[in-house]
Design a protein around this ligand. Structure first.
Ligand code: ADP
Ligand code: ZN
Ligand code: MG
Length: 476
């Protein structure tokens, strides 16, 4: 096997995270009842006019910037004609000769994988083949017109595992920029892989095949590994390869012939007459540059170095740009990095998840989170109270300082007051006290719990523990 070099180029389709479709106002939400998100535009009625989705263009520009592409000052949509039941217009609006961006690069383990082009297009609908019917299929046009970008690499990838890594890095960047959720199971990221092999030293590429139908990164690697073996075996037997499209069969873990590519299909491309060209001046490109800023890998590295965070924390905090921005904003306002990280990754994320909000729209602003953290540090509130305050602030948007003062939540540290509560608790819980004396350590936690309940979490837990132990030992 070693005498053959593997050559791979990838074509990745990514659904963009927009609320509405590429050329109409229909929702892009996944999983709705069939044909509930359609209108005359995306259902391909005659006489309608498409309108370009600004957000989709912005997300495509961000991607192009992140991959170091040259953004074309002038790009244009084109009609790509083919006939298929999931394509109601019988043409797809895509970009062809004038793509949005060209000549980018993505670094994978210190190797540059060149990006040939990134262009915008619309998705097609979906065909459903009911199991009980051989005589008809169903068409669901909910996906028809969903914004896509296609990212095409040069044939620079040199192994199946490098292809897998490339995709993982691509996904990380697209998720970070919230360009796409990259959910392969829901089809928001789809990858076709082109592969050929050649003897080391050959300067020409061999005949390639294109593999489709992989629904995980692992499947992409497996399919490429299989296909490389198949091609090499074929050449070693002295046979020639055919340029063809093959399908990955996940059950059998093999690729199977789908169609031969005798000659290139003629899509009869021509410029879309109903849409204006996209024109970007330096100012727009500069703005996008600023919006993208540092990429997640660099930012993660900086977080580890600058804030002394663990690999794991830095990874989570740089999973999305919004989260990383929020974190840095808290640190700027005086929060200790590790403590801020814990609050964001723990309680705040839980609250955001429950309310399906993203951190950019968190009712608890960085300023408010830092207020809570400072109040704990200054001994004004206990950790238990802090959690309550966070929740209250999240639900109401009222400042934590105000919540604490208005609701009388200041920490009780005063020895006298705590003494009284401890005494009271001991008298009320004679059984637990007896248990403790009999050596049951959990009884102590139980008693502390009782005291915290009495004080609504406001008693300083360290003082409580000390006092309680003092009492119990005295009475032993
Ligand atoms: P096609 O005309 O078949 O669509 P393209 O030249 O447009 O082929 O390339 C499509 C994809 O295939 C690109 O990602 C490219 O890098 C890759 N590719 C092209 N030639 C080869 C090859 N010989 N081996 C592997 N990948 C290739
Ligand atoms: Zn529509
Ligand atoms: Mg091509």
């Amino acid at each position: 096997m070693e005498e053959y070099e593997i050559i791979i180029g990838l074509e990745v389709h990514v659904e963009l995270l927009t609320d509405s479709k590429m050329f109409c106002g229909c929702s892009t939400k996944f999983g709705a009842p069939p044909n509930s998100h359609i209108c005359p535009v995306c259902a391909g009625f005659p006489g309608v006019l498409p309108v370009i989705n600004r957000k989709a263009v912005e997300l495509a520009l961000k991607t192009a910037t992140a991959f170091n592409c040259k953004i074309s000052p002038f790009s244009r949509f084109a009609r790509k004609h083919y006939f298929y039941p999931d394509l109601p217009k019988n043409y797809q609006i895509s970009q062809y000769e004038e793509p949005l961006a060209i000549e980018g690069v993505l670094l994978v383990d210190n190797r540059n994988i060149r990006i040939r082009r990134i262009h915008l297009e619309e998705d097609a609908g979906k065909l459903i083949h009911p199991e009980d019917s051989r005589s008809f299929s169903l068409v669901d046009l909910n996906r028809s017109g969903v914004p896509l970008i296609e990212i095409v690499t040069e044939p620079d990838v040199r192994s199946a595992s490098e292809a897998e890594k490339f995709l993982a890095i691509l996904k990380r960047i697209l998720e970070y920029l919230e360009v796409s959720d990259c959910n392969m199971e829901e089809g928001s990221l789809r990858c076709d892989a082109n592969i050929s092999v050649r003897r080391y030293g050959d300067t020409n590429f061999g005949v390639k095949t294109e593999i489709k139908n992989m629904n995980s990164f692992r499947a992409v690697r497996k399919a490429l590994e299989y296909e490389a073996r198949r091609q090499i075996a074929c050449l070693k037997e002295g046979r020639t390869l055919r340029q063809e499209t093959r399908l990955w069969n996940e059950n059998l873990q093999i690729t199977e012939e789908m169609r031969r590519k005798e000659e290139a299909q003629d899509y009869r491309y021509f410029p879309e007459p109903d849409l204006p060209p996209l024109i970007f001046d330096n100012k727009i490109i500069e703005e996008i540059n600023l919006k993208v800023g540092e990429l997640p890998f660099q930012r993660k590295g900086r977080f580890i170095k600058e804030y002394n965070l663990s690999d794991y924390d830095a990874e989570v905090l740089t999973s999305k740009k919004d989260i990383a921005d929020y974190f840095e904003s808290c640190v700027e306002k005086g929060g200790k990095p590790k403590i801020v990280a814990n609050w964001i990754m723990g309680d705040l994320t839980a609250l955001l998840k429950a309310k399906k909000k993203d951190i950019g729209h968190s009712p608890v602003s960085p300023e408010y989170l830092v207020q809570i953290i400072s109040m704990i540090e200054d001994g004004k509130i206990t950790g238990v109270v802090a959690k309550m305050v966070l929740q209250e602030c999240f639900n109401t948007g009222i400042s934590p300082e105000k919540i604490v003062s208005e609701r009388d939540l200041l920490q009780i540290e005063d020895g006298e007051t705590i003494n009284n509560i401890v005494e009271e608790t001991i008298t009320e819980n004679a059984d637990a006290v007896q248990d403790y004396k009999n050596g049951k350590e959990q009884a102590l936690s139980f008693l502390i719990g009782q005291i915290m309940r009495k004080t609504k979490g406001k008693a300083n837990p360290a003082v409580v523990r000390n006092k309680l132990q003092e009492y119990l030992n005295k009475k032993r």
